[in-house]
Design a protein around this ligand. Sequence first.
Ligand code: SF4
Length: 364
Amino acid sequence: MTELTIIYGKEPKKMVRTLLELLQPEKALPLDSRIALKPNLVLAKPATSGATTSPEIAAALIEHFQERGYKNLVIMESSWVGDNTKRAFQICGYEELSKRYDIPLIDLKDDRTIKVTYEDMNLLLCKQATEVDYLINLPVLKAHCQTRLTCSLKNLKGCIPDKEKRRYHSLGLHRPIAYLNQVLRTDLIIVDGIMGDLTFEEGGNPVEMGRIIAGFDPVLVDSYVASLIGYEVSDIEYLQISHQLGRGNLYGTETSLVELDQEKKPGRTLRPSYRVAQLAQYIEENQSCSPCYGSLIHALDRLEEKGELDHLDLPLCIGRGYHGQKEKGKAIGIGNCTVQMDQHLPGCPPSARDIVQFLRQLKK
Ligand code: SF4
């Protein structure tokens, strides 16, 4: 079996149809299999923002399987903490897809949860995510403000309840992501590399990348994507842990790589933006959830652009690690976790707009 297949171009539906004809993922898959598509709909923004999976990719998969007689397909997702999955289904074009192909949309935020244990860690999963025969993971090629990269391994975080998403940050994020991928197995991965974001997970700085990457091994796919944007495996801890746990192979010289339509390969080199690292100098983070940290980074980005950050002479504290800590007068707290600090902004997570207003009024 070919290990990694990449196709270049700008027409996601046509490109995925070509990939599927070649890979034939349905081989040996019984016709009554329950097949779940798990896009990345982290928040309610269209794929053109660089944040979410193009519905055209899902459409190509649905057509491929339906034409071959598969009737039990579903689309499932749970957007990040603070965002509404149903709104994301609508804004991102999945509601329309659901009607067009008569496919149910499952908002995993409404689902029951089950507990599983991996090594020394208890993990909560959304029940319906565990009840599929074939899980198709559809991540977007994106940077992440805390883990540097988000692709197929991290995309499974959309299959756990919100309270568990928060708890992952208390557990250091990387190990639980790797463990999650041990208990919830992805069967096929199609990476949306048409429009990604090399600055923020939540989009807003879309980058045309002109490619779709397909594979069956999430460690191989993610390590290839990491190398594509200039990261070493050692830069992405959960990827390293997943490899050590035997979840898959790392991309290297022995990887069999098939590239289709190479004449359409974009000339530009993909490199992550170091904007987040630059703004992180103002922050003292301790186990913060991604939406919270992302809001703060966005707020600082806006304020710095307008030259309004000079008055900040105290560190901005954020994260679950500040629960119960006083830090009186010595810091500024962002989010409900910092409620005991003298100066703090409530919200779980607070919006970037609220953070901007809060930090502006500190000047006065
Ligand atoms: S305040 Fe922020 S860090 Fe704390 S639980 Fe809420 S989202 Fe997470």
